[in-house]
Unconditional design. Structure first.
Ligand code: FES
Length: 191
């Protein structure tokens, strides 16, 4: 069996687990809005149109041509408060859940661990396409699978930043998941 076939098999199992987990956690969080985002996530993803998102004003993050494979860029979203809004965007070099760009390989996530708020901005692991281990208690998140927990103490996936591409620009438009630090995401808007 080839490496790709193995990855597909693992992916099928992980996607099933991830979606069930996300539904439980995201619906439990309560204060998030539901959007149909098939055009963003692509019709092949069962995540599209089913998950819940906290919608925020659209913000330009970076140009497509500025992103180099496996070299994350940090940014603030959904607001400019570094306590809550540290994020990172990265071209992981392979297709990812929620990925944008021509190869659907660009993803963005909160840089704050969902366990107890550890900072994750310097712990991207290109060899595993993962963020972690968290410097505090070692949680690691799979960013090919919407930030699901691979190992460690956290029980919630890493919030994924919903992205759109327009021309050469990448925009953030929403947050999928609850950012660590409060009962709702900051400054939440509803649709
Ligand atoms: S704060 Fe990240 S694992 Fe505890």
């Amino acid at each position: 069996m080839t490496r790709d076939q193995n990855a597909d098999q693992r992916g099928a199992k992980s996607e099933f687990n991830c979606i069930n987990r996300r539904h439980f956690l995201l619906y439990g969080a309560g204060a998030v809005s539901t959007l149909a985002l098939g055009s963003i996530f692509g019709s092949s993803s069962s995540f599209a149109g089913q998950a819940q998102f906290a919608q925020y004003p659209r913000k330009k993050i970076v140009g497509l041509s500025e992103l180099k494979t496996d070299q994350p860029i940090e940014f603030l979203y959904p607001n400019d408060d570094p306590t809550y809004s540290k994020c990172l965007i990265v071209n992981i070099g392979e297709r990812a859940g929620g990925g944008v760009g021509p190869a659907q390989n660009i993803v963005a996530f909160s840089g704050i661990c969902t366990h107890m708020g550890g900072l994750l901005n310097k712990v991207y692991k290109p060899e595993h396409k993962a963020i972690g281990p968290c410097p505090s208690h070692l949680t690691t998140f799979d960013i090919t699978r919407h930030g699901m927990v691979i190992a460690g103490h956290a029980v919630e996936s890493l919030p994924q930043i919903v992205l759109e591409v327009e021309g050469n620009s990448i925009y953030a438009t929403a947050v999928a998941g609850l950012i660590f630090g409060g009962p709702t995401n900051p400054g939440m808007m509803f649709r």
